[in-house]
Design a protein around this ligand. Structure first.
Ligand SMILES: [Zn+2]
Length: 527
């Protein structure tokens, strides 16, 4: 190691899932978020571009590795298993590549990670990790004993008791409780274990933006602002950098496009008839998913069901209920896909795989892909414009060793357009934003303050890939050459060491390369 890391100080990253300046800045201008306002004034801030597609999974890993999904081998929540005709939920073990805490750990720096999506099951790092992920159940911390400690001291909750779609009124205090608890736990872990680097994600901001109206959103941001304030009061000293960031942004929904219906109408997707019949029957009798969930929430049945019925069965039951006509659900009907007859398999998020079983050669696949790409780029609605801002082939936007498992097409929604996969729906376009007021967009937030960070500076052109190299640069650790981002030198005061010191790079070392090769062989079933 060329540069000493002992005097580097500490970086604290506060990740706010789905945070967006278009939502936060109006509240700042109204004087409602004094702490964030001060960070903007004393430090620098700006939009930060997410990965394509701007989805939580894999976006958080793009942040922690500084690498695009083609180098990580994960493109979304799900992977497609064509041999088994099913979707598989990805977890942390599916990702390749070093995260900043792996690199810092090898440089003898201790790290703490709290509740970042994509981290379950947790892995061993030089420090501690409280993981988060869709498949999270028992065993969510490293070291394992930390879980008991958090349960005993905080009654640590891995998720809110109530969610807005299930129990609206109860969800608000329930989500607030989670946010407060995350900050309390962050404070405790920072004091007790004193890590050289600390990352905290508040995931709930994404849920808040998706579902609640403006005034409720403002109330939650007040809670977040005050909590960031007390964390800064305790830990922001002359040797500490604080970074606020998000994995992607959110924007007001102004329309929804039913991609499932479009694919069905174009003979690209075929659903199993019996499933659709069941859905339409339940629909005829007025049994809608949100109504049933609402009644269950009102009668407090949910906690009982949670206790007695396993999650997989609860999910199956809920998935079998038809959604309300005007509120197509992203995850509806995936189970009903006819894999023997569907030329494309759509994955919410939104991307498409081509079902190669139905094609003679890769040349045919290529022709088919080019033709549907053009068709999809052309999907327009006369009043509001396109469904997709761009439709990409993976090799147009990604690079790396794992392009082989990439989706055939990645569909980036136009700003404000929500894409749904509800083949049972009746219309392509839907203008009701009720129940889903905001949807993801590419630009999330970046802000930084602390020792030697420029004040009142609006930074342009940052991407989610830039944080990992910038953090390593602060600690004086050489940056792996295959990282996609750049060091954001312009955030440091012009005369400071961090602004003037040359960025140091390092080739992937022998050890990393060997581990990578073994992993690849394992994936192919050869080791
Ligand atoms: Zn997210």
């Amino acid at each position: 190691m060329a540069v000493s890391t002992t005097n580097a100080g500490r970086v604290i990253v506060i990740g706010l899932d789905g945070a967006s300046w278009n939502i936060i800045e109006p509240l700042v201008r109204q004087g409602k978020l004094p702490v964030i306002e001060k960070i903007m004034k004393d430090g620098c801030y700006g939009d930060m571009e997410s990965c394509i597609l701007p989805v939580t999974f894999p976006a958080w890993k793009c942040y922690s590795t500084g690498k695009n999904p083609g180098k990580l081998g994960v493109y979304g929540f799900h992977a497609v298993d064509f041999a088994g005709n099913r979707l598989i939920l990805n977890n942390s073990t599916c990702f390749k590549g070093d995260e900043i805490w792996d690199i810092m750990g090898r440089n003898n720096l201790t790290c703490g990670v709290l509740d970042m999506p994509t981290t379950h099951p947790p892995k061993a790092i030089n420090g501690f990790m409280v993981s988060r992920g869709a498949t999270r159940s028992a065993g969510y911390t490293y070291p394992a004993e930390l879980q008991k400690e958090l349960r005993e001291i905080f009654h640590y909750k891995i998720e809110p008791d109530y969610l807005p779609r299930i129990a609206w009124d109860a969800s608000i205090p329930s989500i607030r409780q989670i946010i407060e608890q995350r900050f309390e736990v962050a404070d405790y872990l920072l004091r007790k274990y004193d890590p050289a680097f600390f990352h905290l994600t508040i995931f709930e901001t994404d849920t808040i933006h998706h579902f609640y109206p403006e005034e409720i959103v403002a109330g939650f941001w007040d809670v977040i602002d005050r909590n960031i304030g007390s964390l800064l009061d305790k830990f922001l000293d002359a040797k500490t950098y604080v970074i606020l960031m998000s994995d992607h942004g959110q924007v007001e929904t102004n329309r929804a496009f039913n991609m499932g219906k479009w694919l069905m109408d174009n003979n690209l997707l075929v659903m199993k008839k019996r499933r659709l019949l069941l859905e339409s029957l339940l629909y005829k009798f007025g049994l809608r998913r949100n109504i049933i969930l609402h009644v269950m929430g009102k009668t407090r049945i949910i906690p009982l069901l949670r206790f007695y019925i396993p999650k997989s069965i609860r999910r199956k039951f809920i998935a079998s209920l038809p959604v309300e006509k005007d509120k197509p659900d992203q995850y509806a009907s995936i189970d009903s896909i006819d894999w023997e007859r569907s030329k494309t398999i759509p994955i919410p998020g939104f991307y498409l795989y081509i079902n190669r079983k139905l094609f003679g050669s890769e040349k045919e696949v290529e022709e088919f892909r080019s033709s549907i790409k053009v068709m999809m780029e052309d999907i327009k609605e006369p009043r509001t414009g396109k469904a997709f801002a761009r439709v990409f082939r993976a090799d147009e936007i990604y690079s790396g060793n794992y392009l082989g498992s990439a989706p055939d097409l990645l569909l980036l929604p136009d700003d404000g357009c929500r894409i749904t996969v509800s083949p049972g729906g009746e219309d392509f376009w839907n203008y009701s934003t009720e129940g889903w007021p905001r949807t993801h967009r590419m630009h999330g937030i970046f802000a930084a303050c602390g020792a030697g960070i420029k004040g009142d500076f609006r930074i342009e052109g940052t991407t989610i890939y830039d944080l990992a190299p910038t953090i390593l640069h602060i600690y004086g650790i050489p940056i792996p050459r295959d990282i996609d981002g750049r060091v954001l030198k312009e955030i440091f005061e012009d005369s400071s060491t961090l602004a003037t010191r040359e960025v140091e790079y390092q080739d992937a070392d022998e050890r990393t390369r060997i581990i990578g090769t073994i992993k690849q062989l394992k994936d192919r079933g050869q080791a």
